[in-house]
Ligand binder design. Structure first.
Ligand code: NI
Length: 303
């Protein structure tokens, strides 16, 4: 087992409180505050206990002919192409369930059944090369109101790839999702939570935000329903982004229990764009509703 990756040494998170402080002070003070905050960076870092995912076996240099043919003509018209959220997560206590590494031919359909029964919309970070083996899953998720995100074409560690390969991994998956559903994704989740400035630049140029998480269910590791439930419930707080995987039956079984428990605690379950007010910002890195990294530290965080 490979150790989980440290996302990066330079990383610095801009929380809401930092933004308020910066907004209330002048430019001269900003530089002082920045220096002070940067010096305390380690307190803001979390080691992302990222999931390890076995290679799908596909070559990283997949030829264009491997892409699905397009059913829908799509063009990038806006970097904020998500509808206005149905709830205001600055008012109500929200939480976003996210599912990586699908679509799973045996598991994603049953999960969509559960979500539909519960009346919950979730966010799925999809591996492009797996879409063709699970026909119908993504269109159904999209039609149900779930949000689809980009989890690369075949799940490499993007921080170890060339810029050209980072671009091809992300654009091929985005195009495959668009071909299958007619919807362009503006959300990227890099495999293992591993990103660097190249990944962030590519994401920005695609109009996409990088979405990480602050609650790791470890479902890929335990593959146990009760432990998945208890792990999520123990870490959940308002504004959380929860990492799970729609590739394990144990996770599918855990979801209705998690949803019932969270609702009993007053949570409203939302998609990631809803959690972020409908406007995930290109090139920003989000760990939760309240915990994010701004691409330009001289600008105010507005969320
Ligand atoms: Ni993954």
């Amino acid at each position: 087992m490979i150790e989980p990756l440290e996302p990066g040494a330079h990383r610095h998170r801009w929380g809401l409180e930092s933004a308020k402080v910066l907004a209330a002070t002048g430019l001269a003070v900003i530089s002082l505050a920045l220096a002070a905050t940067l010096s305390g960076c380690s307190t803001f870092h979390t080691r992302t206990s990222a999931p390890r995912f076995p290679s799908t076996g596909a070559s990283p240099s997949v030829s264009p002919s491997a892409s699905p043919s397009r059913r829908h003509q799509t063009t990038v018209t806006s970097v904020n192409a998500y509808p206005t959220p149905s709830v205001d997560c600055n008012v109500v206590k929200c939480l976003a369930l996210t599912f990586d590494d699908g679509p799973g031919p045996q598991t994603s359909g049953p999960l969509l059944d559960e979500l539909e029964k519960l009346g919950v919309h979730a966010t799925f970070f999809t591996i492009g090369s797996k879409i063709s083996a699970a026909p119908g899953v993504l269109p159904r998720a999209h039609d149900d109101g779930d949000v689809l995100g980009d989890h690369t074409w075949d799940h490499p560690d993007l921080a170890k790839q060339t810029p050209a390969h980072v671009t091809s991994e992300l654009t091929m998956a985005r195009d495959a999702i668009a071909s299958d559903t007619g919807a362009l994704s503006y959300l990227i989740r890099p495999p293992y939570g591993a990103w660097d400035d190249t990944v962030r630049t590519v994401a920005h140029d695609m109009g996409a935000a990088i979405i990480l998480w602050n609650v790791d269910s470890h479902d890929w590791q335990t593959r146990d329903t009760a432990r998945t439930v208890s792990s999520v419930l123990a870490q959940a707080k308002g504004g959380s982004i929860v990492l799970m995987h729609d590739t394990y039956p144990s996770t599918v079984a855990a979801v209705p229990i998690i949803v019932d428990q969270l609702r009993a605690q007053g949570y409203t379950l939302v998609t990631v764009p809803e959690l972020l007010g409908g406007h995930p910002q290109p090139g920003w890195v989000y760990y939760s509703q309240h915990d994010m990294i701004h691409p330009d530290s001289t600008q105010q965080v507005s969320q």
